[in-house]
Design a protein around this ligand. Structure first.
Ligand code: PMP
Ligand code: GLU
Length: 392
């Protein structure tokens, strides 16, 4: 085919595809070809969506909930989300301050497009989730990466945050528990960050999608709960994908200051309109599910984390910090060689799928998802260990 002479939008030209989606798709494709792939790439729980939630969707179809809903989601769902925000996070949002979207990814995309503008800067601590910098590119703003290391548990310190703020800084993106490191910020760690954002009048996007998957005791802290001023500056994002194993249903949501939420509503009015009505009915049911169902899944992830880390303890070339939440182990492979090439070779030669750290802004590292069975975890780490023995 001839190369197009017409150019696409200037901002879209530099946008990269999602490596997490690409490698997961590749692993699934190899599996469907009959290859014995161990998939450590998947960014989704391997459990099925609970039956009660599926049934709510079936019932919604039968009852004819198959029409447009308000663009921001049904009132019933937004009320249930407000209840959740109040109960779990101590955040008092009115249903008019909540917008339901097609996944938390969509919520974050909307927020960035609404807030960020050309000539402005968005602060993103690395390692970061792959999609943040690409969303910023689309907005026309620029990303300022704040590199964090194992020394501070991959968490940004108040000093680092201060050092990266300029007169053009508009937004700070916080992700706790973190994808890809699994690190969780304590209240004590969040307080000075909130103070700086309030002082400098910087918006905070708090991506709390892994909130329910935390393994250590101690209450979860949402940065917006730390005071009235930071509450007004924060847009809190959450969703159903991870906690309820509902990645395919595409429901995420956010809450924030009424003025900003009005702009987000208008933006969504002209793009997707409402997220799927049937998925909204399922999400409403999910939010009514007993906490025990989620904690049972969380307990399984904890056991898998412990299994995977104990297996890596016998692979001296690879180091890690024990994750406190989510379902990823972020491993330092720099002693073995070029992490990006290693991940590619391990997929080609040992059929182990993993996501290299480059796409998370952390070359030298590789992300392994333990959202898979104990047997797959044992087999995958065995293959990695063998591969390393043969190649070092
Ligand atoms: N934030 C982070 C950090 C994630 O890992 C994901 C996973 N895809 C999302 C947001 C978006 O999730 P979803 O769109 O499925 O709600
Ligand atoms: N968030 C998951 C991941 O990081 C799912 C894929 C994606 O949307 O990026 O793997």
């Amino acid at each position: 085919m001839d190369t197009l002479t017409l150019k696409v939008n200037r901002r879209v030209q530099t946008v990269l595809g999602s490596s997490t989606l690409a490698i997961t798709a590749k692993a699934k494709e190899l599996k469907s070809q009959g290859k014995d792939v161990v998939n450590f790439a998947a960014g989704e729980p391997d459990f099925d969506t609970p039956d009660t939630i599926k049934q709510a969707a079936v019932q919604a179809i039968a009852e004819g909930q198959t029409k447009y809903t308000p663009s921001t989601g049904t009132l019933a769902l937004r009320e249930a989300i407000c209840k959740k925000f109040k109960k779990d996070n101590g955040l008092a949002y009115h249903p008019s301050q909540v917008v339901v979207s097609c996944g938390a990814k969509h919520s974050i995309f909307n927020i960035i497009q609404v807030l960020a503008d050309e000539g402005e800067e968005v602060l993103i601590p690395s390692p970061y989730w792959v999609s943040y910098p690409e969303m910023v590119k689309i907005s026309g703003a620029t990303s300022t990466i704040i590199p964090t290391t194992a020394r501070t548990g991959f968490k940004v310190t108040a000093q680092q945050l201060k050092e990266h703020i300029t007169g053009r800084t508009k937004i700070f993106i916080l992700n706790s528990p973190s994808n890809p490191t699994g690190m969780v910020y304590s209240r004590k760690e969040l307080e000075p960050l909130a103070e700086i954002c309030v002082k400098k009048k910087i918006w905070v996007i708090s991506d709390e999608i892994y909130e329910k998957l935390i393994f250590e005791s101690g209450p979860y802290c949402s940065i917006a709960s730390l005071g009235k001023e930071i509450f007004d500056l924060t847009i809190t994002v959450n969703g159903l994908s991870k906690a309820y194993s509902m990645t395919g249903w595409r429901i995420g949501y956010c809450g924030g200051h009424p003025e900003i939420m009005e702009y987000i509503k208008n933006y969504q009015d002209h793009s997707t309109s409402n997220p799927t009505s049937i998925s909204q009915a399922a999400a409403l049911q999910a939010l009514k599910e007993p906490e025990e169902k989620i904690s049972a899944m969380c307990q399984i992830f904890k056991e898998r984390r412990d299994l995977m880390t104990s297996l890596f303890d016998n692979v001296p070339q690879v180091s890690y910090i024990k994750p406190q939440g989510a379902f990823y182990l972020f491993c330092d492979f720099s002693k073995v060689g070029n992490a990006s090439q290693i991940a590619q070779k391990m997929l080609d030669e040992a059929y182990v799928a993993m996501v290299p750290g480059d796409s998370f802004g952390a070359p030298g590292f590789i992300r392994l998802s333990y959202a898979t069975s104990d047997a797959q975890i044992r087999e995958g780490v065995r293959r990695i260990s063998e591969w390393i023995k043969q190649h070092t």
